[in-house]
Write a protein that binds this ligand. Structure first.
Ligand code: NAD
Length: 305
């Protein structure tokens, strides 16, 4: 049986597939037509975040039995179309949890103490200490939207910074909030009370556009906004406007509604109090090996029935 690996994934998972007797082709950077043209010969495919497995790709995958996503979010795969064809979709939901959590923490620290901006300034030969005065996390309130694997770990780490943690997640019970030491609140309360707001929900019908101009308007003056979840959860144009108006004091964004984020669609250009990274949440050595091996195991299990 043949498997197509259509994004860069760690060699460990590819090796595992080969050890189990599968013929594996690694073909990255294929567009939709490129995928349609070749998917017919494969029994399985492994993707990361760049490949969009659309209904058309699935329709062309005549032999396709399994689609693996090396990571947690399966929003890049048309699950409905896959399910209708009886194709199994497997992901690797836990291997990049720590990587994404730690990246979020790094982003919070970066926008709190202006680290990238100060670095660039010093590298440019300046010695400017006034411009980069930060604030302290201690005693500030962080609002966590989506208190799952990553959100709960953010809570733990930010509690260590002596922050007050509040969370909005309608799908977890109050006992879980209590166990985590996170105060459960509704979304409006979270928006109004938080000094920092960080998003950790999956991208679903419900969360797409969840934080737009209306929600941003409800946020406290001087709020800082972080998104390391999925780009389409947050309206980045509305956020950029709120930063320009001075309502939002800073933002740290790792994920974008359209990726890659090109210069012409980057609303943060020229904004000093923003830190953006190119979807690096899961980009650690450990996480990349982990998701690659986990998804390979899932694909093998699915093909073995
Ligand atoms: P998870 O499933 O463990 O947690 C998500 C939480 O969101 C759950 O507790 C769920 O109840 C909650 N939720 C769902 N709908 C909600 C809604 N409408 N309002 C509030 N809460 C809601 O997922 P996770 O592993 O913690 O991942 C969280 C997000 O991070 C996902 O979008 C994932 O794709 C993303 N992620 C990004 C990167 C990256 O590279 N930037 C890496 C890993 C994960």
């Amino acid at each position: 049986m043949k498997i197509l690996v259509s994004d860069d994934v760690s060699e460990k998972g590819v090796e595992l597939l080969r050890q189990h007797g599968y013929e594996v082709d690694v073909k990255t950077n294929l567009d939709e037509q490129g995928l349609i043209d070749c998917i017919g010969e494969y029994d399985g495919m492994v993707t990361r975040s760049m490949t969009h497995v659309t209904a058309k790709v699935i329709a062309a995958g005549k032999k396709l039995k399994v689609i693996g996503r090396a990571g947690v979010g399966v929003d890049s795969i048309d699950i409905k179309a896959a399910t209708a064809r009886g194709i199994i979709v497997v992901n690797a939901p836990t291997a990049n949890t720590i990587a994404a959590t730690e990246h979020t923490c790094a982003m919070i620290m970066a926008i709190t103490r202006h680290i990238p901006q100060a670095h660039n300034s010093l590298m440019a030969g300046e010695w400017d200490r006034e411009r980069f005065t930060g604030i302290q996390l201690q005693n500030k309130t962080i609002g966590i939207i989506g208190v799952g694997r990553i959100g709960s770990r953010i809570a733990k780490r930010m509690q260590a910074m002596e922050m007050h943690t509040i969370g909005y997640d309608p799908y977890i019970p109050d006992e879980r909030f209590e166990q985590l030491g996170v105060e459960p609140v509704d979304l409006d309360t979270l928006l109004k009370r938080s000094d920092y707001i960080t998003m950790h929900t999956p991208l679903t019908k419900e969360t797409r556009g969840m934080i737009g101009a209306e929600e941003i308007a409800k946020m406290k003056d001087g709020v800082r906004v972080i998104n390391v979840s999925r780009g389409a959860v947050l309206d980045i144009n509305a956020l950029a406007d709120a930063i320009k108006s001075g309502h939002v004091a800073g933002a740290a964004i790792d994920v974008f509604p359209t990726e890659p984020l090109t210069e012409d669609i980057n609303p943060f250009k020229g904004l000093d109090n923003v830190v953006i990274t190119p979807h690096l949440g899961a980009s650690t050595v450990e996480a990349q090996i982990g998701v690659s091996v986990d998804v390979a195991e899932g694909v093998i299990a699915a093909l073995n029935g």
